[in-house]
Write a protein that binds this ligand. Sequence first.
Ligand code: FAQ
Length: 315
Amino acid sequence: MKEQDISRLEQIFQEKIDNDIKIEPRDWMPDRYRQTLIRQISQHAHSEIVGMLPEGNWITRAPNLRRKAVLLAKVQDEAGHGLYLYSAAETLGADREQTIDDLHSGVAKYSSIFNYPTISWADMGAIGWLVDGAAIMNQVPLCRCSYGPYARAMVRVCKEESFHQRQGFEIMVNLMKGTPEQKAMAQDAFNRFWWPSLMMFGPSDADSKHTAQSVAWKIKRHTNDELRQMFVDATIPQAELIGLTIPDKDLKWNEERGHYDFGEINWDEFWQVVKGNGPCNKDRVDTRRKAKENGMWVREAANAYAEKRKVRKAS
Ligand code: FAQ
């Protein structure tokens, strides 16, 4: 393609971005825009799928039928989110099989939060309330992402995440109304999940290599630190309302800023988990790899059946 044709295409792309017109799969887009979206959307898809594991672990041990039904529905929703997101990545030309293989070979990233163990029932409360709460904070602005299929997928995902957040908070509320042992269990889950939830928003703006460009392209609508602050401001009053102690001695309301100040995140821990050295990284990836292997016969049978039908129709 001639240079002047490319600059015209770039101009049309930029006008759409400036005027908040969605970019659609068949539209021309710069390669880096496409690659950034494939990276973010596929990581997001992997997070949903790996994110099923810590909670899936508790489906058989939910304390009653209602809790079991709710948790089962939540985990199924996460599978659905993963599928929309893999489809959104495919609209950009990503190969689904390859994307999933990249997860299984440890090449692809997924959210750090899912590499922490779930050791008590209260962890189901903490995950719903904090992890889904953080996911909503991050994903509501993504409903206005400049790439159409991603933005539209986020609308439904966010509706479902709101239900997830509420069910988690309800578990925490009930535990905090319970026996001293139940309160201690809720506090312990909060202590373990608070800091990793803050890490979900990614490195600080000063260390985030993609934020500036992604915000300029309107893929991301806020920076990592802005979203983290919004999450802290929204969550602290909820924790205080139900009587939880915030595991941060530096946390205090800053009247001048109109925000909470909070302590320094352990970035060394964050990068260790991102690099694959968290408490459960190996286990999570192994479980997904085994699931693929164990489901091979189902896919082979489905393909053979589809092939047979095609032959029958043609004859
Ligand atoms: N974990 O330059 P930035 C959920 C990586 S869904 C692991 O700031 P960016 C639902 C980053 O990829 C949770 N890696 O990157 C649910 C990059 O690496 P690369 C997932 C992280 O993309 C609830 C490098 O560090 N949500 O929870 C993390 O501009 C309950 C530099 O970072 C999404 O994916 C991390 N926390 O900003 C399911 C939302 N943070 O690719 C089950 C969409 C950063 O250069 C149960 N994604 N990295 O090798 C985003 O908004 C962005 O991608 C960020 C990162 C904000 C995550």
